[in-house]
Design a protein around this ligand. Structure first.
Ligand code: ZN
Length: 161
């Protein structure tokens, strides 16, 4: 079947920046799995995968706008380490999702830990970066009702509840 909205897609990938420096990669069980058409992967790659099928290779160079967005003004915030869950891994680039008083969730990334304070930013670590994807589609199937309800694919190592 071809990749279309509502399909679960699994792919092997190699991601580099425009100078071919490796950023991330995964294959087989650690490949990427997502539900197509829901904005679960960067917009440029989702568009490039539309209509493809198993075995197809997609090589795409994405501007920051088609990737994780443009680099923004410094928007760092400092929070006391004690205000964050104690089991949280605080390496640079780690992602954390907070919820404000109105129940809106907001995603932050760790910039660094300074003494008993943690510096966080709302800007994705790959904002402003041109992304080169080399992707091979390994699986395409219809999403189950459960997956559509959960809003994620039940595939591979990344799936946990
Ligand atoms: Zn689930």
């Amino acid at each position: 079947m071809q990749i279309a909205a509502g399909a679960v897609v699994v792919f092997d990938y190699v991601l580099t920046d425009s100078d071919d420096h490796p950023i991330d990669s995964g294959s087989g069980p650690s490949g990427m799995a997502y539900i197509h058409g829901q904005g679960q992967i960067v917009p440029g790659l989702e568009k490039a995968l539309d209509g493809k099928s198993v075995g197809d290779r997609v090589q795409a160079v994405l501007s920051p706008e088609e990737g994780y967005g443009p680099e923004e003004e410094q928007d760092e915030v400092r929070v006391p380490r004690a205000d964050l869950p104690p089991d949280l891994e605080l390496e640079a680039g780690a992602e954390l999702v907070g919820t404000d008083d109105e129940g809106e969730s907001d995603t932050f990334w760790v910039v660094e830990v300074e003494g008993d304070e943690v510096v966080l930013t709302r800007t994705h670590p790959l904002a402003g970066v041109t992304l080169k994807f080399d992707v091979t589609v390994t699986k395409v199937r219809a999403a189950t009702e459960e997956e559509l309800e959960h809003g994620h694919a039940h595939e591979g190592e990344d799936h946990h509840h």
